[in-house]
Write a protein of this length. Structure first.
Ligand SMILES: CCCCCCCC/C=C\C=C\CC(=O)SCCNC(=O)CCNC(=O)[C@H](O)C(C)(C)COP(=O)(O)OP(=O)(O)OC[C@H]1O[C@@H](n2cnc3c(N)ncnc32)[C@H](O)[C@@H]1OP(=O)(O)O
Length: 674
């Protein structure tokens, strides 16, 4: 289970041999102990390298051994023997070094890792704490804050991050064992005292309490998120109807109308949920492409999950009449109001009585669609997020006439599809996209004032978003927002000369996004956006000097002087304006609770889960602070209404900033007054 061999004259090479991932079973521990003893007692051996067979260092304890009757040698004397060895011991880390595997590496005097290695202490995910020295050695090596983060999340890190943290001494792209052996030869005979991590002092932190408080806050946010996810299922509508008074109808057969990207994803998600689907697309070519795409996606999903694909559940048609006897239709045609209105007129005439008519619109007025039908009470929005078969979030939108039964049915269907469904009211952009608007708007204003896309994205990514606002916009396509702004009469051709108006519709407007689109820069799909991607469809964002020049010329044209902008300002302006919009939504009753908003942001918009969601985050920062900063920014930007603190925020602060779960009492009072 561990083999000692001799290489390069003086190096004892101990290879863990417990396929597939070299876990520390009793026999492996025994093998390491015996090999170590032999190597240390052998005068020919001047240094030792420990590696794992088959490109994997060690995945930790053998989980199968856990139980009351663990046999074999204890790990503690084993790691002690390695650390006190009087010959340098080098860990050659490839593949994975996890749990006890990483602890084994930490007891070695040096660590050389391959660039593709993953390292971590995932014990917490198994309900354990690292017990073989990890909690003591890691803080002495990489400091308390980083260790706390790794130990409490169980996160696996890359070799690059490990190098940056000081967890490994060297990262190699070539043969790891060769590199480790060469390294071992180079340190033979050198003193080892400073390399014994347990002998190092634990770093002193003047603000230790604050560090622990930050970790506790993360834990509180995660616990909040757990309960918030469950709370959204207990939905209510302003009419008083709610989950416990409204009965969902069974949906055995559903139709999807329009098989573009969204329609295909919805078809897959329905089929995977065991619902029989009628998939309708009037264009023959698109229908055939969709059939192949859906089939391939279901096959892939089935392979991954080990269940048989659900293709047999789907029938395809190019005739809208095929929806005549389904229980529910999800319309996913182009985002064009007149087209959707026509479709809803047709559906209302074709479908059997009682069929629920749902729209996947992300921006149109649901009441307009409902008004085209004989039974507007049967119309609700089911706003999926792309890719619809992957993304967890579903906004179930109720219009002014939607019946509680229709909402209950859409919520239940969402649950069956594995979604986290949140019931929301019918305002422009619903909840998620409505809050995104001031966030994006602020990011453009920051560019005008001197920031770069890189600076803004860095601040947001360090906050915890998987992508900053500009990288996210490039991914989703800049033309989408441009079309909406043109329809709203906001975007007008800018050109290279002439006046640029920054006040449009009585409020400040930044045409920067429009200028990019005028140059055909739609983001990743065209290979150029706020960043450059090398080719259309490219994924790797690189800074683009063209954008910097554009920003300079733009500022010069408008007489704006660039000023230094720091990360704090980026976060405050982008996040607090988004939070303010969320509070407006609560105030107006389009979301029934702060948990609804937080779940939407965590599951649909990449808000970092360990920060709970925008509403929870605001309460952590302190509502009074959010109010004070918004007041400050609004005073210097009176033409930006999204910075004006909303009534609910003032009211909450005036009521002593109660915790999130108490906000409902105050929102109710405000809503009753409206
Ligand atoms: C409580 C007292 C214990 C006393 C023990 C004494 C000594 C131990 C010393 C210290 C103890 C520390 C605690 C721990 O180490 S807890 C374990 C921490 N490690 C992990 O959580 C790693 C879990 N594994 C993985 O994350 C992955 O498997 C990975 C290593 C990344 C490889 O992924 P991949 O390439 O995708 O391969 P598979 O996941 O399919 O795994 C391949 C097969 O290996 C089995 N496996 C993996 N890890 C373990 C493990 N730690 N114990 C037992 N078996 C493991 C996995 O089940 C696969 O097997 P099969 O194909 O038969 O299903």
């Amino acid at each position: 289970m561990a083999q000692l061999s001799y290489v390069s004259g003086s190096v004892g090479l101990i290879t863990l041999q417990n396929p597939p991932v070299n876990v520390l079973s009793a026999a492996t521990r025994q093998g390491i102990m015996e090999s170590m003893k032999k190597a240390l007692n052998d005068p020919k051996v001047k240094s030792v390298v420990i590696c794992g067979q088959n490109g994997v260092f060690c995945a930790g304890a053998d989980i199968k051994e856990f139980g009351p009757n663990i046999s074999g040698p204890s790990i503690v004397p084993l790691i002690y023997d390695i650390e006190v060895a009087n010959k340098p011991v080098v860990a050659a880390i490839e593949g994975s070094a996890l749990g006890g595997g990483l602890e084994l590496a930490l007891t070695c005097h040096y660590r050389i890792a391959h660039s593709k290695t993953r390292l971590g202490l995932p014990e917490v995910t198994l309900g354990l704490l690292p017990g073989a020295g990890g909690t003591q050695l890691l803080p002495r090596l990489i400091g308390i804050p980083a260790s706390l983060e790794l130990i409490t999340t169980g996160r696996h890190i890359t070799a690059a991050e490990a190098l940056q943290l000081g967890l490994v001494d060297h990262v190699t792209q070539s043969d790891t064992v060769d590199s480790a052996v060469k390294f071992a030869l180079s340190v033979e005979g050198e003193p080892l005292d400073s390399r014994r991590i347990s002998k190092r002092p634990c770093p002193h932190l003047p603000d230790l309490d604050a560090v622990f408080e930050a970790v506790m806050q993360k834990a509180r946010a995660l616990q909040y998120s757990f309960f918030a996810q469950r709370a959204v299922g207990r939905w209510s509508m302003p009419s008083g109807a709610s989950w416990n008074t409204s009965k969902a109808r069974p949906v055995h057969r559903a139709a999807v109308l329009g098989l573009g990207t969204m329609g295909r994803g919805i078809t897959v998600a329905l089929a995977q949920a065991g619902v029989s689907v009628v998939a309708v697309e009037i264009q023959e070519k698109q229908l055939n492409e969709a059939r192949e795409h859906v089939y391939a996606t279901l096959e892939r999903g089935a392979q991954q999950s080990g269940v048989s694909p659900s293709c047999a559940n789907i029938t395809y048609s190019h005739d809208i009449q095929a929806v005549a006897d389904v229980d529910l239709v999800i319309e996913a045609v182009l985002e064009d109001l007149s087209l959707k209105e026509k479709v809803f007129q047709q559906l209302s005439a074709i479908c059997k009585p009682g069929t629920l008519l749902c729209s996947n619109t992300s921006s149109l007025d649901l009441n307009c669609l409902a008004s085209q039908t004989k039974n507007p009470e049967l119309v609700v929005g089911m706003h999926f997020f792309a890719p619809a078969h992957v993304m967890k979030l579903l906004e179930v939108v109720y219009g002014s006439k939607s019946s509680p039964e229709a909402v209950a049915t859409a919520m239940q269907l969402g649950k069956k599809m594995g979604k986290i469904s949140v019931a929301v009211g019918n305002c422009r952009g619903f909840v998620g996209n409505r809050m995104l608007k001031p966030y994006i708007e602020q990011s453009y204003f920051l560019l005008e004032e001197g920031a770069t896309p890189e600076l803004v994205d860095k601040a947001l990514e360090e906050f915890g978003f998987p992508m900053g606002v500009f990288r996210m916009s490039d991914l989703s396509g800049l033309d989408v927002g441009w079309r909406v702004r043109k329809e709203d009469g906001l975007a007008e051709p800018v050109g290279t000369s002439g006046q640029i108006t920054r006040l449009r519709g009585g409020r400040r407007y930044s045409p920067l996004g429009d200028i990019l689109c005028e140059h055909g820069r739609f983001g990743q799909k065209t290979g150029l956006g706020w960043y450059q991607y090398g080719r259309p469809g490219g994924r790797v964002a690189k800074s683009d000097p063209w954008v910097f020049n554009l920003l300079e010329e733009y500022r010069a044209r408008l007489g704006l002087t660039a000023r230094p902008i720091d990360q704090q300002e980026v976060l405050e302006r982008c996040l607090y304006s988004l939070i303010n919009e969320g509070l407006c939504i609560l105030e107006e009753g389009f979301a029934s609770s702060p948990e609804d908003i937080d779940v939407i942001y965590v599951f649909g918009y990449g808000w970092p889960k360990h920060r709970g969601g925008p509403m929870f985050y605001a309460s952590m920062v302190g509502l009074a602070t959010v109010l004070e900063r918004l007041d400050h920014y609004y005073r210097s930007n009176p033409d930006v209404p999204s910075l004006k603190p909303c009534k609910l925020l003032r009211q909450l602060v005036a009521s002593g900033s109660p915790p999130v779960h108490k906000w409902k009492e105050i929102t109710k009072k405000i809503q009753n007054r409206l």
